[in-house]
Design a protein around this ligand. Structure first.
Ligand SMILES: [Zn+2]
Length: 241
């Protein structure tokens, strides 16, 4: 077993979670063997251009993902991070690349969803100021897709698509620069900008730790790499005094 990482009063923890921690809860990977969904490249169902061209196709994809994610439950890795937030409060920032709600289901209160949230929808009109809202419904046909009550544009999933900017970077980047420990969990180190977070933290003086089943693509940015399941490693990994 690894030595626990002991956090003291002056420490600040930045946690980045990726697909690995959700996979342990059974959130399915939606790509088939051929990397396609129903014959479409993911890039063709997850861009603003795809939505403009064929909103029904895009909504069928996200409706399937909602249906797949709905029965999934948080695992001990999610619970361990929620407990850490209870003891660290504002000294911890949890940023996730995952769009499911499993951190919140485990009890985390302050979660920065940089890639949006699967169970939220918002207006597709960029100029409309209507806020994203909770939405668990599924839309299979063009005529099912609701219109914004304010401006009449179609509703879209509250997801950061390809060619769009991640959310919450104004909170996330300063926290990366201020943290003393960065813990990445199940983040493959391939998708930017998240792949550069460990290096940003390290260059600001933080120690950097990775937990996941496989060595990430940005392994060079970590001081320590712990291979294993988040649900097994996280509950005893970090202790705050
Ligand atoms: Zn609107």
């Amino acid at each position: 077993m690894e030595m626990p990482i002991v956090l003291r009063g002056s420490d600040r923890l930045f946690v980045l979670t990726g697909a690995g921690i959700s996979a342990e809860s059974g959130i399915p990977t939606f790509r088939g063997q051929d990397g396609l969904w129903e014959g479409h490249r993911i890039e063709d169902v997850a861009t603003p251009q795809a939505f403009a061209r064929d909103p029904e196709l895009v909504w069928r994809f996200y409706s399937m993902r909602r249906a797949n994610a709905a029965p999934c439950q948080p695992n001990p890795g999610h619970v361990a991070l929620a407990r850490l937030e209870e003891s660290l409060g504002q000294r911890m920032l949890l940023c996730t690349q995952n769009v499911d709600g499993l951190h919140e289901a485990a009890g985390s209160k302050r979660v920065f969803h940089m890639h949006g949230q699967l169970f939220q929808s918002r207006c597709s009109n960029r100029m409309c100021e209507t806020e994203p809202f909770a939405d668990t419904r599924t839309y299979e046909k063009r005529s099912d897709i609701p219109n914004c009550k304010t401006c009449g544009a179609l509703l879209r999933p509250h997801i950061c698509w390809f060619n769009e900017s991640p959310f919450h970077m104004n909170d996330v980047i300063p926290a990366l620069e201020a943290c003393t420990v960065l813990l990445a969990v199940g983040s493959s180190g391939v998708v930017h900008p998240a792949a550069s977070f460990p290096l940003i933290a390290k260059e600001s003086g933080a120690s950097t730790i990775y937990v996941g089943l496989e060595t990430p693509a940005n392994a060079f940015a970590f001081d320590e790499i712990i291979l294993g399941r988040a649900g097994e490693k996280l509950p005893t990994l970090i202790v705050s005094t």
